[in-house]
Write a protein that binds this ligand. Structure first.
Ligand code: ATP
Length: 238
């Protein structure tokens, strides 16, 4: 009957019902809670725009979109226009700014923490980094730069843009991990790689840098270590 359920969803155009299949299959027991979550997407390009569409179709409660670029109109306004047509129930916020400038960073941080006057929106639950450059990624991560010059990662004359299929696959993996994190099912991968020569997906932990020059990062590391025993015990009890 599970197979029958799923095939029914394929022809169903309601964006929620396809995801409700996860609930009927017993993989998540709280799918409707997706409406309670807010996700920020930084960079509305190849990966970010597809991830935004996927989360919109999943029925996420609120999406905050950040990008400094334009496509005639701002990328973020263009995305809001398209996404509101796909699912008008998602609260969409458009921020056309550069997160690496002082002013842009302030607005970025303020919007992540903002609470709505009715107390419904209580900050952002997850930030997805979909920017295409090292500097912006570092701003999102707030971790120490390893000193790699980004220009050495790209070769002159080589187009670094992804094929649409790659964007779709990467955004799909990203959103699947976002759903696991928000709805607390399955296992979230801290880092997921893909070795295309062997069709092998290595997953690994990212080690924090105790010598990080960012005080906020060192502070988070301390908090993490303090809460670790309780978290490990809870995971073991499961
Ligand atoms: P591809 O692999 O095709 O390059 P991608 O999503 O990794 O896909 P882009 O399509 O270039 O890369 O998307 C990155 C987006 O991030 C762009 O729309 C760009 O304008 C935005 N972006 C980059 N840096 C910043 C920044 N500092 N502030 C705001 N937006 C940024």
């Amino acid at each position: 009957s599970k197979i029958k359920d799923m095939s029914a969803e394929v022809v169903d155009s309601n964006p929620y019902s396809r995801l409700m299949a996860l609930q009927r299959m017993g993989i998540v027991d709280n799918y409707e809670r997706i409406r309670d979550y807010s996700v920020a997407i930084v960079g509305i390009g190849g990966v970010g725009s597809v991830a935004a569409e996927m989360l919109t179709r999943c029925g996420i409660g609120r999406l905050l979109l950040y990008d400094y670029d334009t496509v005639g109109m701002t990328k973020t306004d263009a995305a809001v226009q398209t996404l509101s047509g796909i699912n008008p129930d998602v609260a969409l916020e458009s921020y056309s700014l550069n997160i690496t400038t002082v002013k842009g960073f302030e607005t970025f941080l303020g919007s992540l923490k903002a609470r709505s006057s009715d107390g419904h929106n209580t900050g952002v639950d997850l930030v997805l980094s979909c920017v295409d450059n090292y500097e912006a990624r570092m701003v999102v991560n707030q971790v120490v730069a390893s000193g790699v010059d980004e220009r050495t990662l790209k070769r002159e004359g080589v187009c670094a843009a992804s094929l649409p299929t790659t964007m779709g696959v990467v955004a799909g993996l990203l959103v699947q991990n976002a759903l696991k994190y928000l709805l607390k099912f399955g296992q979230v991968s801290p880092y997921l790689g893909y070795n295309s020569l062997k069709d092998y997906f290595p997953t690994m932990e990212m080690k924090p840098n105790p010598q990080c020059s960012n005080p906020a990062c060192v502070q988070r590391q301390k908090e993490y270590m303090q809460l670790k025993p309780a978290r490990d015990a809870a995971a073991k009890a499961k």
